[in-house]
Design a protein around this ligand. Structure first.
Ligand SMILES: Cc1ncc(COP(=O)(O)O)c(C=O)c1O
Length: 375
């Protein structure tokens, strides 16, 4: 990266300042405050053996580079990589493992991550040592002994169990395992895993980071240069990079990340307090931070009727965007998880997951109330 790109983000310490001016400092020639979208797939070389710093867009693109520089700063890492989806980011991290190595993973993770581990990593020869979130919290040293990698999400998806990951990450370090935290649900506004001892942070950038339900993206941020270089090699070799246009959209979404997360968390807290009083609500799960709330209703019929009767909530599979979404994990995000695992984790057809958006919280709450009452 040359001197022009190294000052491509504002020279500030505060994350809110960094976010507000995402992409605003790059265009030194015109002073344009919006990051240009560099659609070029290839870059002209000044002479043989010389480069402007960019050669070919799969290996590096100015719009993507600025996004990655900012993401690395936000998480406190040495380098970030932006991928075409969150799963591409997870895949790249799992490619660090060799056959016969062991990865420790709590069962309470995103269904797509469960699927890639069981259907891709295991056939490749990696041993997946499944544990439960609570066992890992209680006994990290014993569970991590002999492992090469640890992958965890907190809060868990969709049951929203939460923990301070620091003791687990310390145990991973002692065991010599590379620790990876999928921090999609909390974002660097609410938790920064690298500061807590993780080696890598992963995000589905499709969610809170970009925040508008209008692009798919993935992110990996590394604490260590050698690991970052290996990941960059794997990404350039396998090719699932984020496009220039989506990199620009992502930068634009990031400008309001702090405001969105603050608002979504406040709405989630308010809704979690009132939900137990609504008709048919059995159990409410809210970890005290973040914008996600899960709850169980008394029957599968009420769940179906609820989906039909909500007027403001959108029945769709994702989270973290401006629009509030309602999801039934057993049929959507976790459909590929083995039935016995779903049952053990309480992911029933009565479990509903809410992602709070930016609408008026009172209106969201009244909408759920009327839909549950008439169900
Ligand atoms: C926690 C978590 N990690 C990873 C992913 C995968 O991200 P993507 O859908 O962008 O591939 C998701 C998707 O829902 C997720 O919720």
């Amino acid at each position: 990266m040359d001197s022009e790109t190294s000052c491509s983000i504002v020279d500030a310490q505060n994350r809110q300042t960094l976010l507000a001016q995402a992409g605003s400092r790059w265009d030194y020639r015109t002073g344009g405050v919006s990051m240009p979208i560099h659609l070029a797939a290839t870059f002209r070389h000044p002479a043989l053996g010389q480069s402007t710093g960019w050669d070919y867009s799969r290996s590096g693109n100015p719009t993507r580079d600025v996004l990655e520089t900012l993401l690395a700063r936000l998480e406190g890492g040495v380098r970030a990589l932006a991928f075409s989806t969150g799963m591409a980011a997870v895949d790249c991290v799992l490619r660090l493992l060799q056959p016969a190595q062991t990865i420790v993973v709590p069962e309470e993770i995103y269904g797509g991550t469960w699927r890639i581990l069981e259907r891709v990593s295991v056939p490749f020869g990696v041993t997946v040592k499944w544990t439960t979130f609570n066992d890992l919290v209680a006994n990290p040293g014993q569970i991590l002994s002999g492992a090469s990698m640890l992958l965890l999400e907190t809060p868990t998806n969709p049951t929203l169990l939460d923990t301070d990951p620091e003791p687990i990450l310390r145990a991973a370090r002692i065991a010599g395992a590379l620790s990876v935290v999928d921090s999609t649900f909390l974002t660097p506004i609410l938790m920064r895993p690298l500061e807590l001892g993780a080696d890598l942070v992963v995000h589905s950038g499709t969610k809170y980071l970009s925040g508008h339900n209008d692009l798919s993206a993935g992110v990996v941020v590394a604490k260590d240069e050698a690991v970052a270089q290996r990941l960059a090699f794997l990404q350039n070799t396998t090719g699932a990079v984020l496009s220039p246009f989506d990199s620009w959209l992502f930068l634009r979404g990031l400008k309001t990340l702090h405001l969105r997360v603050e608002r979504q968390q406040a709405s989630a807290l308010a809704l979690a307090k009132i939900l137990p009083s609504f008709a048919g609500v059995k159990r409410v799960m809210y970890p005290g931070r973040g914008g996600m709330v899960s709850f169980e209703v008394d029957s599968a019929n009420r769940m179906r009727a609820l989906l039909e009767r909500v007027k403001i909530w959108i029945f769709a599979e994702s989270l973290g965007g401006a629009e509030s979404l309602i999801t039934v994990p057993a049929f959507q995000t976790h459909a590929d998880v083995a039935v016995e695992v779903r049952e053990r984790l309480g992911i029933t057809d009565r479990l509903i997951r809410l992602s709070l958006g930016l609408e008026d919280c009172q209106e969201l709450s009244s909408d759920l109330k009327q839909a549950l009452e008439s169900a």
